[in-house]
Design a protein around this ligand. Structure first.
Ligand code: SAM
Length: 341
């Protein structure tokens, strides 16, 4: 029984490369999101429990509720059978952008979405792993499509009630065309829900942001920073220490080498979203300091050690204050967007 069940799913799960595929940047072999192993958030702010709770509180109002759960409960009630709807639940269609390892579509299914899900990404290896996991779980309503958002959207068949994006649109060179296609793919009243990065082109941070990152790091005990362990671990770093060890923005060339499409258009997205869609919700969740502190603050230790975690809360407070007082702007934002009438 298990075998026939899986083989039925396998027919439904399709990883296809549209004939017209044009993959100028992200399809380059150095797309780090398409490695032989899934990308790990270990050691980064997004892999740190206190940061995740803080983000969730900012987006959903509850530290234990993920943005996707919040979005599904608030906007997909009819599609998951929580409220009455004017069409059958099986008739809803959802397009996922940047599906990568596939957690969004699997969570949709877990929430009770039984309509068709088209999960897309340019990363064929990650998508193949996602398809495998979904197959194992027996989700028969997911179709996997390898697609470049710079040009393949028009080839996707049909229209969608929902488009869900997660950290993918800041990678798109032809973002204006892409957003136009996405609007065209939405049914009347259709929604685009997701989270995006809005920071500087290839992480070329303005000088004052770099200064604030280093000023914040200078407030924490040396033992939480990459300094040799000595008897001064409970001191803040000295000015001389801070001259040796501090955050330096990477060059645009080095970012291009690691990932040619990284942070290519995030800085344009706020304006484009606002112009192209009706904005139902825009909720920032920071990132202006914390997302750059990988390797400078021990996020992993903060998951296990209350001492590190308490200092992390101070860093979060500094980041919040910088945003609240208008010195820096949220770089990560949850959006609920509606197709314009
Ligand atoms: C920052 S990762 C986000 C992945 C996942 N949603 C997450 O949050 O962990 C960016 C994703 O965008 C995909 N991507 C990059 N350029 C793309 C393009 N031109 N078309 C479609 N997907 C692209 C990458 O393969 C990767 O899966």
């Amino acid at each position: 029984m298990v075998k026939s069940f899986f083989s039925k799913v396998a027919r439904r799960i399709k990883t296809s490369v549209p004939a017209s595929v044009a993959t100028p940047l992200a399809a380059a072999t150095n797309n780090p999101w398409n490695a032989n192993e899934p990308v790990s958030y270990d050691g980064m702010w997004l892999g740190c429990n206190t940061c995740v709770k803080h983000i969730q509180r900012k987006v959903s109002g509850d530290e234990n509720t993920h943005w996707l759960t919040y979005a599904v409960q608030k906007y997909l009630g009819g599609a998951i059978g929580q409220i009455s709807a004017d069409k059958d639940r099986t008739e809803y269609r959802c397009l996922i952008l940047g599906a990568n390892e596939g957690h969004v579509e699997r969570e949709l299914c877990q929430h009770g979405f039984i309509g068709e899900i088209v999960a897309s990404d340019i990363a064929d290896k990650a998508l193949a792993r996602a398809a495998e996991k979904s197959k194992e779980l027996g989700y028969e309503n997911i179709t996997y499509v390898v697609a470049d958002l710079n040009g393949d959207l028009a080839d996707l068949p049909g229209m969608f009630d929902f488009i869900i994006f997660e950290g993918v649109l800041h990678h798109i060179v032809k973002i204006e065309e892409c957003l136009q296609h996405l609007q065209n793919k939405l049914l009347p009243g259709g929604l685009m829900l997701g989270v995006e990065f809005h920071g500087a082109f290839r992480f070329q941070l303005p000088e004052h942001q770099v200064k604030w990152i280093n000023a914040a790091l200078a407030t924490i005990p040396k033992s939480l920073r990459p300094f040799p362990r000595d008897e001064f671990g409970m001191y803040p770093a000295s000015p001389q220490d801070n001259l040796r060890v501090h955050y330096v923005a990477p060059t645009a060339e080095s970012i291009e080498q690691i990932d040619p499409s990284e942070a290519i258009c995030g800085f344009k997205l706020k304006q484009l979203f606002t112009e192209s869609f009706e904005v139902l919700e825009q909720k920032g969740f920071g990132g202006v300091l914390l997302s750059y502190m990988t390797g400078h603050f021990d996020f992993k230790r903060a998951n296990e050690d209350p001492f590190a975690d308490t200092w992390l809360k101070n860093l979060i407070q500094i980041e919040d204050t910088l945003i609240e007082t208008g010195i820096l702007e949220d770089e990560y934002i949850f959006w609920a967007l509606k197709k314009k009438d």
